[in-house]
Design a protein around this ligand. Structure first.
Ligand code: SAM
Length: 461
């Protein structure tokens, strides 16, 4: 007996690439696939990160790896250092889509509209030109907080996290070169991983999701430049949320469908929408090593115009204050700095040019990297700086063993045999975990309370 209801499996009959027998079998198997994507600016070697496990490349992703079993990520300090992001392998195909539809040799303005918890954002950040400006938006406030924490861990400088409704982006008329919409959906693609979620599936919900997807896209499309790229994805198998949305995009907005190259051995099913033949790519867990997923790419009609200028200026820190921040950074003269409620914030040049403009139209949850509080005496460094890939390598630092690293991450007291006094980076395997302040007779643990490990001990993998 399958745990998948007949109303669901019945609705998939006849879909391109759907094979009921193998589909049911793979769901009944309970097989669990674990995959991670490395942060290339922090870690390059999957085997070194997971010496106890076998690792295998995800074929469509440069930094993606399957792991032979699921370790306890919570109790791996490297996870908290942002060395990798735990991401479902099919979703990593976004990388192949971006590489084929977006110029990567030039800085872009990109919007990841439905971004929490941050899987696609961290992927885009790694793949796009490093001088790009990436806005990661999430409409649900607590999820926006999780997104911001994940961006902090990833350590990227060029991401602005916003907490807005898609319709608010209409105010940024023709601003973005790339719009990624990983839409909220009925979620059938994750049923193997999360069988409980089947209870919530219904044809009515599929119809509601389809309407919501159209609303989200219609709201955000004005913010995409003519000639810009839209990448649309779901983790649903339902045609109403996939090919029918592709048809609607072509019919309503004249979007041009973009085909993608795939390798036959990857098992990805290329489909075309029933009315307009728009290209889409389906991922079935009985055919690919990953969960259910759908992705389609489009070009917005029209010629890209000259970027619109705005006159809003971001207030920057005075040169003498900026000079006090640069010793904390690996590269000098690259970044600009601003002040936000007494905290110094590092901004990339693209961000410095546009932050005031973005602030006028959006609710910004996080921009750039919080450097810390610049008092008359010192910089009280922020956690974001410790995890940023911009932080200087030669700052005072102490390498912790696993036990001490976990104590540090639980925000417990730690003892250090030898350390110079003052602000010190706590490291594990050479990667920054956060700050401690070493005093003559004690060490103050500055790990952020809200990010600390709460679980008592490591569960079995
Ligand atoms: N892109 C994310 C990632 O890769 O980690 C996953 C995004 S998830 C599939 C869809 C997101 O859309 C959720 O975070 C959800 O909160 C958000 N969402 C829900 N309703 C929405 C709406 N009406 N407009 C925009 N986003 C919405």
């Amino acid at each position: 007996m399958s745990f998948l209801p007949p109303a669901f499996t019945g609705s998939l009959k006849g879909l391109p690439g759907y094979n009921e027998e193998t589909f049911l079998r793979v769901h009944a198997s309970g097989a669990r696939i674990t995959s991670v994507r490395l942060q290339p600016r922090k870690a390059g070697d999957a085997a070194a990160l997971f010496p106890q496990l076998e690792t295998e490349r995800v074929p469509w992703s440069h930094d993606g790896y399957y792991l032979s079993s699921r370790p306890s990520f919570t109790f791996d300090p490297q996870f908290h250092a942002g060395a990798y992001y735990v991401q479902e392998a099919s979703s990593m195909f976004l990388e192949a889509a971006v590489r084929q539809t977006v110029p990567l040799d030039t800085p872009l303005k990109a919007l990841d509209l439905c971004a929490a918890p941050g899987g696609k954002t961290t992927l885009l950040q790694a793949v796009l030109h490093p001088d790009s400006l990436l806005v990661a938006n999430e409409v649900i406030k607590p999820r926006a907080a999780v997104l911001a924490d994940n961006i902090t861990r990833w350590g990227a400088e060029n991401v602005v996290v916003t907490n807005n409704d898609p319709r608010d982006f209409a105010r940024l008329d023709e601003y973005f070169d790339l719009l990624n919409v990983d839409a909220p959906c009925s979620g059938s693609g994750l049923f193997r991983r999360d069988p409980e979620a089947v209870q919530e599936w219904s044809l009515d919900n599929v119809a509601l999701c389809s309407q919501r997807q159209q609303r989200i896209l219609a709201d955000a499309l004005p913010a995409l430049k003519p000639g810009g790229t839209l990448i649309y994805s779901t983790c649903s198998y339902s045609q109403e949320e996939d090919e029918q949305i592709a048809d609607w995009l072509v019919a309503e907005f004249g979007m041009e469908s973009l085909p993608l190259q795939t390798q036959p051995q990857w098992g990805i099913v290329a489909t075309q929408s029933p009315q307009h033949g728009a290209h889409g790519y389906r991922f079935y867990p009985d055919k690919v090593k990953g969960e259910g997923f759908f992705i389609a790419c489009f070009r917005k009609p029209g010629e890209p115009g000259t970027p619109r200028a705005h006159r809003l200026k971001t207030a920057l820190l005075a040169a003498k204050d900026a000079a006090r921040l640069t010793p904390w950074l690996a590269e000098k003269d690259v970044f600009a700095f601003t002040d936000h409620h007494g905290e110094a914030i590092l901004l990339t040049p693209a961000m410095a040019a546009d932050l005031a403009f973005l602030q006028k139209h959006l609710y910004i949850r996080k921009a750039g990297v919080k450097m810390g509080q610049l008092t008359a005496k010192e910089l009280v460094p922020d956690h974001q700086l410790a995890l940023s890939t911009a932080v200087a390598a030669g700052l005072p630092a102490v390498e912790l063993d696993l036990e001490n690293a976990l104590r540090y991450l639980r925000k417990e007291d730690i003892r250090l045999d030898e350390a110079t006094k003052g602000w010190t980076l706590m490291r594990f395997h050479g990667m920054n975990l956060g700050w401690a302040k070493v005093l003559p007779n004690r060490v103050n643990n500055y790990y952020p309370k809200e990010m600390r490990i709460l679980k008592a001990s490591a569960p079995d993998a």
